[in-house]
Design a protein around this ligand. Structure first.
Ligand SMILES: [Zn+2]
Length: 198
């Protein structure tokens, strides 16, 4: 028998289940179960969408879907060019956002708080959801970690106010201050915007 956790196997099972349930709103928990409880089932769904072009809809595409629900209405696959945001747009947005999740502040390569064996991965999030007419353009996109994108992080922490941020930095160890400096230097190496408030 095939290993239940093998990625290709769990992806096939998810796809077969989706296609057998075309037109019915499917709960993420159902997909987790058919995947053989694969820890990365949501990633497999994303791959079916972005790499194979299956039109698996989520609440970002359809207002009637709740977070965690999926719907597939056709087994037609989108051609490769129409599947996803272009590489150039993605690179531009990641660079602009300093390779940092704009909801929770984790950066690409940080330890994943939900699974310490993994690193944080960033994906493209829409500021205005596609279900509300938002486009795949750079000004409607922002870097979001996969946890925030999947709604695992229910509430984004508040943005720290400047005084709080600076007091934290001043109290930090030299090593942590240097890490912050290096991160800022990397972030603003290519372009450093003028401050808005003088
Ligand atoms: Zn995040």
């Amino acid at each position: 028998m095939a290993d239940q956790s093998e990625p290709a196997g769990s992806k096939r099972r998810i796809l077969e289940f989706l296609l057998a349930n075309m037109g019915r709103i499917i709960d993420g928990e159902e997909l987790r179960a058919v995947s053989g409880n694969a820890s990365e089932w949501a990633r497999r769904v994303r791959e079916l969408r972005t790499e194979e072009g299956y039109q698996i809809l989520t609440h970002r595409d359809r207002a009637e879907l709740k977070p965690g629900q999926y719907l597939i209405e056709t087994d037609k696959r989108l051609p490769a060019f129409a599947r996803d945001i272009s590489k150039e747009t993605r690179a531009f947005v990641l660079e602009r956002n300093g390779y940092t999740c704009q909801m929770c502040g984790l950066a690409a390569g940080d330890t994943d708080p939900f699974d310490p064996t993994r690193k944080v991965r960033l994906t493209m999030g829409h500021t205005i959801d596609k279900s509300k007419g938002g486009a795949d353009t750079a000004n409607n996109l922002r870097a979001i970690c996969t946890n925030c994108n999947e709604g695992l992080q229910n509430s984004a922490p508040q943005k720290p106010d400047r005084l709080h941020l600076l007091t934290q930095l001043r109290r930090a160890t030299i090593e942590d201050q240097l890490a912050a400096l290096e991160w800022l230097e990397r972030k603003f190496a290519k372009n450093r915007p003028k401050r808005q408030d003088g």
